[in-house]
Design a protein around this ligand. Structure first.
Ligand SMILES: Nc1ncnc2c1ncn2[C@@H]1O[C@H](COP(=O)(O)OP(=O)(O)O)[C@@H](O)[C@H]1O
Ligand SMILES: [Mg+2]
Length: 257
């Protein structure tokens, strides 16, 4: 199977006040269509930077990233915007929604911006899909609220609806449950898992072992390198989640978690 994301010898260097910071060094991995991969590692190890560079939000310093066959560094302007809008979904913690739009309008906006959604019928279908997502994420009651008239959990669930509106092939998520309480985290993870089961690949940064235990693979990053990789297999209930957590936890402890 051809990888949806293929990363080879990726390096990223930031230069701050003439000092070089080699944040990512020779990182190689790939993600298959429909796969769910977790990225774990200590704070400052380069996890967020990895997500930004492989998704084309931030330029890479060396190496290559291919997304669905396209060399990310060679793709420019409209084509890149098109890929980001229609093929990729983003759930980041510091995600900014448009302040002067309602929750509903924020969610539907990417659909209206997409050239793939043309004509009244297609737009109507997207409106219905937006409502369906909002019902599932239980934020339909706040659809018309302003973004500062909802809770943090509701806002994060709205971000997920927005991320899914154009039915991406892959979702990049950076600690999507990091700022949420237990119940809100479980809801957000359930939705990400559901979408993954329907075939969307997921690359997810998390500090939460329970969340990572639901992934098929875990990449452990230390100091900008992949220092360990653990294949957990698809989470299908043949092994209880608690068993998966226990095994993963032991694996992490060996790595200095
Ligand atoms: N835009 C930036 N400019 C300069 N340095 C940065 C930038 N973003 C991140 N860094 C540095 O890169 C390193 C890794 O950061 P980050 O990827 O956010 O780590 P993590 O997500 O694993 O906590 C840190 O040393 C951080 O200071
Ligand atoms: Mg981070």
């Amino acid at each position: 199977m051809q990888a949806i994301l293929d990363v080879k010898d990726l390096s990223k260097t930031y230069i701050v006040k003439k000092r070089q910071n080699n944040v990512l060094r020779n990182v190689s991995f790939s993600v298959l269509p429909g796969e769910m991969v977790a990225i774990m590692g200590p704070s400052g190890s380069g996890k967020s930077t990895l997500l930004y560079t492989v998704s084309g939000m931030d330029p890479l310093t060396a190496g290559s990233v291919h997304f669905m066959g396209d060399d990310i560094s060679a793709v420019t302007g409209n084509r890149m915007a098109d890929i980001r809008l229609n093929r990729m979904g983003f759930i980041f913690q510091q995600m900014y929604m448009m302040k002067n739009l309602s929750i509903y309008d924020n969610i539907i906006l990417p659909a209206y911006e997409s050239k793939e959604v043309r004509g009244k019928a297609a737009r109507r279908a997207k409106n219905e899909y937006a409502k369906e997502l909002m019902r599932k994420m239980e934020i339909i009651d706040v659809a018309e609220n302003d973004i500062n008239e909802v809770s943090g959990g509701q806002l994060q669930r709205a971000c997920i609806c927005r991320c899914l509106i154009n039915e991406p092939d892959i979702i990049f998520a950076d600690e999507p449950t990091g700022s949420l309480n237990k119940q809100a985290s479980a809801d957000v993870m359930d939705e990400i898992l559901r979408v993954n089961r329907e075939g969307t690949a997921v690359l997810l940064v998390t500090h939460n072992v329970r969340v990572a235990a639901k992934c098929e693979r875990v990449l452990y990053i230390t100091d900008g390198r992949i220092s360990g990789e653990y294949g957990c297999g698809k989470y299908e209930g043949e092994q209880t989640l608690r068993d998966r957590e226990r095994v993963l936890n032991n694996w992490l402890l060996v790595r200095g978690w």
